[in-house]
Design a protein around this ligand. Structure first.
Ligand SMILES: C[S@@+](CC[C@H](N)C(=O)[O-])C[C@H]1O[C@@H](n2cnc3c(N)ncnc32)[C@H](O)[C@@H]1O
Length: 280
C-alpha cells in the first residue's frame, strides 16, 4: 500500500521532538508520523492511539518489541491520561490504509459492503440515518460538505434504501450519480462519501471534544500539531484556540504542503496544519 505521511518533516519539526520526552499521536493510523517521531526519542515515550482495529493491528506489528511505544484503542474524544505530554499530534480523517483497502467501504472506487465506520465494533449510524427522513439525509450531506444537489441525492439514496438496493459502495455511488444528473459527478461522489463518513463517525463532535482536552494534556511549552483536510474542521480548530488563554498559536498563518508534495501525493492537496503551544 502506498502510504506517504502528509507534511511529515514539518509536523515533526513543529512538534520540536526531543529525546527523553513524551509524545502522543492521536491518529496513529499507518504509523508514518509515529515512526519518524520514534527515531528521535530512543529514550523517550510514544503513546499511539487509533479507533480502527486494522490500524491498531498494523501498529502493533511494526512497533513490536519497542518498549517505549504504547498502543491503545481509543476514540480521541475520550482521552484521559494521568500523565502529561510534551507534544501531541493529530492527523485527521481516514488513512490510505482505510481508503485504499478494497474490503473497507470508504471509497467509491471499490465495490464493498457499505460500511463507513472506522471502529466497526460501534453502532452503525448509517442504518439509523437511512431509515429516517430524506430531509435529514440531505441535511447531513449539506452540513458536512458543500454539495449543492443534496436534496436530489438524498431522494435517490432514500429510494434505493427503501427498495433494498443500497447495500454496497457501488449502490451508493449509483444513487449519487442518479441524483447528480450529470453535473459535477466526480466531485459529488467525493463530497457525499465524505459527508456520510463524517456523520457515521461523529467526526466533528469527536474533534470538538478532543480539542477541549488538549490544553490539560500538555506540559508547559508542550506543542499541539494538527492536520485537517476539510475547511469545516480547520475552522473549528482555529475558532477553538482563538478563545484559549492556555494556548498560543506558534505561526501567524496556517501551514500548507509544498507544491512538490502536492504533486507527489494528492492526499496532501487539501491539508492544512496549525500549531499551538501551551503557555500556562
Ligand atoms: C489520516 S490517518 C493518520 C495517518 C498517520 N498520521 C500516518 O502517518 O500513518 C487518520 C487516522 O485517524 C484515525 N482516527 C480518526 N478519527 C479518530 C478518532 N476520533 N479517534 C481515534 N482515531 C481516529 C483513523 O482511524 C485513521 O487511522
Amino acid at each position: 500500500m502506498n502510504h506517504k505521511p502528509v507534511m511529515l518533516s514539518e509536523a515533526v519539526s513543529f512538534l520540536e521532538v526531543q529525546d527523553g520526552k513524551r509524545y502522543l499521536d492521536l491518529t496513529a493510523g499507518f504509523g508514518g508520523h509515529a515512526a519518524e517521531i520514534l527515531k528521535k526519542i530512543p529514550n523517550g515515550e510514544l503513546y499511539l492511539i487509533d479507533r480502527d482495529d486494522d490500524a491498531l493491528n498494523h501498529l502493533k506489528e511494526i512497533f513490536s518489541g519497542k518498549e517505549n511505544v504504547h498502543i491503545m484503542k481509543m476514540n480521541f474524544s475520550n482521552i484521559s491520561f494521568s500523565i502529561k505530554f510534551d507534544g501531541i499530534l493529530a492527523d485527521l480523517g481516514v488513512s490510505s490504509f482505510q481508503f485504499d483497502s478494497s474490503e473497507r467501504g470508504f471509497s467509491y472506487r471499490f465495490d464493498a459492503p457499505l460500511d463507513l465506520r472506522m471502529d466497526r465494533s460501534e453502532k452503525n449510524l448509517l442504518d439509523e440515518l437511512l431509515s429516517g427522513d430524506k430531509r435529514r439525509i440531505a441535511e447531513v450531506i449539506k452540513l458536512n460538505s458543500d454539495e449543492y444537489q443534496s436534496d436530489e441525492i438524498a431522494s435517490e439514496i432514500k429510494k434505493r434504501h427503501e427498495s433494498g438496493r443500497l447495500k454496497t459502495t457501488f449502490d451508493l455511488k449509483q444513487a449519487i450519480i442518479d441524483g447528480k444528473k450529470n453535473r459535477d459527478v466526480k466531485r459529488g461522489l467525493k463530497r457525499v462519501f465524505m459527508a456520510l463518513r463524517m456523520h457515521v463517525n461523529s467526526e466533528r463532535e469527536s474533534l470538538q471534544a478532543m480539542l477541549g482536552k488538549i490544553p490539560d494534556s500538555l506540559n508547559e511549552n508542550g506543542r499541539f500539531v494538527i492536520l485537517t483536510y476539510h475547511s469545516i474542521e480547520d475552522r473549528m480548530v482555529k475558532e477553538f484556540f482563538k478563545e484559549s488563554s492556555a494556548m498560543r498559536s506558534v505561526t501567524k498563518k496556517v501551514i500548507k504542503p509544498s507544491y512538490i508534495e502536492v504533486m507527489e501525493n494528492k492526499r496532501a492537496r487539501s491539508a492544512k496544519m496549525r500549531i499551538y503551544e501551551r503557555i500556562s
